[in-house]
Design a protein around this ligand. Structure first.
Ligand code: SAM
Length: 344
């Protein structure tokens, strides 16, 4: 058995009941086991806080990782200690043959959880096939349950499609279903509708603090978790609740008598860096260790060179060494990538 040396970043192999188990521990003693894979920078919505009004220049096709490359990267990461993968985008369900990718990923030994974050527009069409492909669960991003407000935020999205997607998701058992909501002051403050949703469906609504990644929508639009919790607690009796599976950094509560829960994710008011267990890979093959940093490492080049597996594994290791202890940049407005180009 090899012990994990805590003062440096290590990838340690352990023999446990005859199985080889690998862990990645970073310089700050955090276990890194979660990979967010963005598989496209394209989206079928244009959320006002995620994309600029003029749209974003998409990466040329040849710069986007192929499915073979994504699987190669996932294999390397899993061999080094990643056990959970989330597919994101852009909108992951608009990438052609996404089911083939999911099937490929689920067959990699060592992967214990594979999930997907989606805007839900195509979910009703895909839910059955996603289960068949081996996907475990989905998070659905929906920022208002008022069709007109939803249309304004998404720049013309159709809420009824998302609700059909949500119902279908519950029907096929892609659970626990989490609903991501970003509240913007003066835009979508209809939070009582989401509280009601937890009575109508067994879903986990998570309010995520808006992170101002650009100058277009400023910090004044961000509503803190504390304010939302106070407002929600005036609507009924809010009690602490157990976290659903794969809960990440959210704190959970529930309204007395509801089926679902209400969570708060507070990237602006309460940094969860000490618990951060993530790596991110962008659709164009850049490996990132922190959402709030422009630092990224080109792994696409290594994947397209000779002996890609060894090179990619070495890059993962080297990149792990650079994962910062904390982010200090949450007040910045001039990030090189918008959220749709990272995957959230
Ligand atoms: N298209 C998918 C979706 O809508 O969930 C996946 C990509 S989207 C970029 C992932 C998540 O990032 C969504 O839940 C979205 O609300 C969130 N997001 C985007 N921009 C954000 C921002 N500036 N602050 C907080 N969350 C943001």
């Amino acid at each position: 058995m090899i012990f994990i040396a805590h003062r440096s970043s290590v990838i340690a192999n352990r023999l446990f009941w005859g199985f080889k188990m690998t862990h990645m521990i970073d310089q700050h003693n955090r276990k890194i086991d979660y990979l967010r894979l963005s598989i496209t920078d394209k989206c079928n919505l244009r959320c006002i806080y995620c994309m600029p009004s003029g749209g974003l220049k998409l990466k040329p096709h040849e710069e986007i990782l192929t499915y073979e490359e994504i699987e190669l990267f996932a294999n390397c990461a899993i061999e080094q200690g990643i056990s959970k993968i989330r597919l994101t985008g852009g909108e992951p369900l608009i990438r052609r043959d996404v089911l083939d990718l999911i099937k490929g990923l689920t067959s990699i030994p060592g992967l214990t959880d594979i999930s997907l974050t989606t805007n839900g527009i195509l979910l009703a069409d895909y839910a059955d096939a996603l289960v068949e492909a081996g996907l475990k669960r989905v998070n659905i991003s929906v920022d208002s349950l008022d069709p007109d407000v939803f249309r304004r935020i998404t720049r013309n999205g159709n809420l009824s499609r998302v609700i059909s997607g949500l119902e279908k998701t519950l029907e096929v058992g892609l659970e626990p279903v989490k609903i991501n909501v970003v509240v913007l002051r003066g835009v979508n403050e209809d939070i009582a509708d989401f509280v009601k949703l937890t009575f109508d469906y067994p879903v986990h609504v998570r309010f995520i603090e808006y992170m101002p990644f650009s100058k277009e929508i400023g910090m004044e639009k961000s509503v803190s978790s504390a304010e939302l919790q106070e407002r929600i607690s005036k609507l009924g009796e809010l009690e602490q609740a157990a976290s659903p599976y794969g809960a990440g950094p959210a704190r959970y509560f529930k309204m007395k008598g509801s089926q679902g829960t209400i969570g708060f994710i507070s990237p602006m008011s309460e940094h969860f860096c000490p618990k951060c267990n993530r790596l991110r890979l962008t659709a164009d093959g850049r490996l990132r260790t922190c959402l709030f940093s422009d630092e990224e490492v080109d792994v696409r080049k290594a994947m397209r060179a000779e002996n890609p597996k060894e090179k990619v594994k070495e890059l993962i290791y080297q990149t792990l060494l650079t994962k910062p202890k904390n982010h200090s940049e949450s007040r910045r407005r001039d990030f090189q990538r918008r959220m749709s180009q990272i995957g959230g």
